[in-house]
Write a protein that binds this ligand. Structure first.
Ligand code: C5P
Length: 232
């Protein structure tokens, strides 16, 4: 898999998601399914989107004891998705268990990436709520290194961190980055943002783009623009 744009399909129902994807005649964008849609519709929506030929990043951010995560990952692996994720804060052992669960008897598996620190967590919350008293960028890098040590394929991170993650963990360690906005677009509630072209320059492997595409007047035009700026 190379550099690509992943559309965050943050819709509440399968019906809305499938009718959104219907607009992309002749194209099969990579889609991200998150907790809202998965909890509402279950594995059926994953199978339906997969059956239409889309690649899927199933963004469920698993975090539990290693044995539970291992078993849950085995179930997700059977859905034949392309990328899944878990929290790096679940420990190296939990990430190793996730990888074990994900690996099929024939040795194949979806890509597994780790969430480092959520972008909604800032330095203050990390220190006061979590009692982690290190600078947040050091924590993000440490968690990325833990993910690499556990054998994972990459991390979800802000596009601003993608360059440093590659320097520390290697060019082949994937960086999947949300927080992308067009130069002339609405920022919404995202704070640390980059344009698709900037994300490309800094070396993101995949950008995850939601509202700039899903809420656009013409989502297909917005998607094509993203692909042009990021991939070409
Ligand atoms: O609409 P927007 O482009 O902001 O959507 C970004 C997507 O990436 C959403 O699905 C959001 O939940 C997800 N995400 C994020 N920041 C993270 C992790 C995931 O925005 N740190």
């Amino acid at each position: 898999m190379g550099r690509d744009v992943i559309i965050a399909c943050d819709f509440p129902s399968a019906e809305k998601t499938l009718s959104f994807l219907d607009r992309f005649t002749g194209r099969k964008p990579f889609v991200k399914i998150g907790m809202e849609l998965f909890y509402a519709e279950g594995p059926a929506v994953v199978r339906a989107i997969k059956a239409r030929g889309h690649r899927i990043f199933l963004d469920l951010k698993l975090h539990d004891i290693p044995n539970t995560v291992k078993k849950a990952m085995a179930v997700l692996s059977s859905l034949d998705v392309d990328i899944v994720n878990c929290h790096a804060s679940g420990t190296v052992r939990m990430m190793e268990a996730a990888l074990e669960g994900l690996t099929r008897p024939d040795g194949t598996r979806p890509l597994l990436i780790a969430v480092t620190q959520l972008t909604s967590t800032d330095q203050g919350a990390m220190e006061e709520d979590l009692w982690i008293r290190e600078p947040i960028d050091r924590v993000v890098m440490h968690y990325a290194e833990n993910a690499k040590r556990a054998g994972l394929d990459g991390v979800v991170c802000s596009p601003l961190e993608a360059g440093a993650v590659h320097e520390r963990c290697g060019a082949n360690f994937l960086t999947v980055t949300p927080g992308v906005r067009f130069a002339d677009g609405d920022i919404g509630d995202q704070k640390r943002i980059m344009t698709p072209a900037e994300a490309k320059r800094i070396g993101s492997d995949y950008i995850v783009v939601g509202r700039p595409i899903t809420a656009a007047e013409d989502p297909v035009v917005a998607y094509e623009r993203c692909v042009r700026e990021f991939c070409e």
